[in-house]
Write a protein that binds this ligand. Sequence first.
Ligand SMILES: [Zn+2]
Length: 309
Amino acid sequence: MNNAMTICEICQSNDFSSIEAKERMFGTRDTFTYAECNSCKSLFLLDPPTDLGQYYPSNYYSFGKFNSSNSLLGLLKKLRYKAFSFGISIRPPVYFNWLLPLKLTETSKIADIGCGNGQLLAELSYCGFLHLDGYDPFVEVPFNSKRFSISKKEFFEIDKTYDLVMFHHSFEHMPRPAEVFENLVKILNPGGEVLIRVPVTDGQVWKEDKAYWFQLDAPRHLFIPNTKSMQILGERFGLELYNTTFDSMDSQFWGTALYKKGKPLMGSIIEEEFSKEELSEFKIKATHYNKEKIGDQACFYFRKKATTS
Ligand SMILES: [Zn+2]
């Protein structure tokens, strides 16, 4: 264990276990070591590779092809969101549910950290949101349109403030979570909110299958929290954790089973690896795990105080 991990930067415990994990998404099988805090159950990747960029090849999922909507489809999407706001659900896309607990208006300033190709920002623009910025250090070309912008920037380089800062599976790709929270408070407007969607070690799959866990995803995941560690981080930096919901998916089961078979994600055809019955079982099981709060990912909602005292 390296010297940088003698004390847990979340809870200050010095009691760690160590877990060896292989790169399994692309199947390079490079080996890495995680430290698991035995107190708050956070996971830290020790000695991340210096050139992490090589583990984000161009076929990495968040840089897939961007799908734009024509003006008619854009209008329909706006109407669908308006209806949803009034309690009428017309085949709502999954992100509507993530937005539900937030206090947003069309003029809210929204940042998406690790925005990939910007698809979510585009969808939010069709819903009527007017101030949308994405940040991603791995994006190839910055992008600026009337609808939204994408900057090739690290999180710590952001020089604007926001009413909502979102991390959709990007928080776990960042080192030094305490520093991330420290900076979060700086870029949040008073009363501003944070949505962090992230894998969590509360998951039963992690407890049962450890290094084969689909969302361990070495070495891309540098830090994986727990519901307890997120609570601690919020308290430490003056952000109220006002809601936590589990939104884990069937992939926690088929992905982990695939890795246990020794197969990589890339190049595997899930429908050939598992029967229809197995795949539908996985979906049912994920819903059950989320209700029991033992799914492998969750949404955390934080709020900054409206006034600074
Ligand atoms: Zn800890």
